[in-house]
Ligand binder design. Sequence first.
Ligand code: HSE
Length: 311
Amino acid sequence: MPDRVRVFAPATASNLGPGFDVLGLALERPGDLVEAEICDEPGVEIVEVSGADSLNTNPRENVVGIAAAAAIERLPVAGRGVRLWLHKQMPLGSGLGSSAASSVGGAVAVNALFGGALSADDLVACALRGEAAASGTAHADNVAPSVMGGIVLIRASDPLDLIRLPVPDALRVVLVHPHAQVLTAEARRLVAERRFTIGQAVANLGNVAALVAALHTGDLALLGRSIQDALVEPVRAPLVPAFAEVKQAALDAGALGCSISGSGPSVLAFAESDALADAVADVMEAAFESAGLESDRYVGPVNTAGARVLA
Ligand code: HSE
């Protein structure tokens, strides 16, 4: 067993249009790095957090410490503990699953140090403790794909029932992050306060089911038609500057579909080739720029590996 490890935990895009809290996918980049070593004192110490001034090193407040402690509870640690270094490599409040990536990094690192007995479901459950502390609810649509990689359906959270969906070879993900922040807890409050009609619910049921069918059959046109959200996107669109313009630009440039990534402000689009994905990212960034916002792009295939221990 190693006594020191480095773990990469990927960013994620959740909801994927109609699948609020039930669909998510892993990105190849960005992602957080967590270094961890075994120490003789029990419990969790966070030695350093780099890349995010607003996060502190209190292991009961920082999600990396909360998730690491949850993993320690489930493993034969023989009275020992861990020291952690968290290197944030993505912005907070971005819609990229930042709190999920740190939580997953903490849980996966502890598991690697103490024998690796935890299953993917166990790791998701540990990381969910961190996610719940950050956003107020234990939604698994970021932590599950960050642990498992690929595109994951969360059929149920309690008990966890996670289903990994097929990823069509040609599918490309375009993630554009405007330099703005949305607080997930606040974005969730907006949704929780809203009353929805049965017609809106039925529209989303049809689109989630069709999206799953599209992934199974590799029907990218159907996938594109399914990226429609009658519930959450209309409520949150005002939180994303120039969202309507960015989405229209993406669709006009050939995106299969486009919606808010998680609680935003990042915007997610799908394309069916590398060239189209780049063209879509170009026009999305240009639309943000027209609204006075700089942005970063992450373009590529779905990350099918998920969190990994680095050599
Ligand atoms: N499904 C969650 C939401 C993801 O949309 O609130 C945010 O972390």
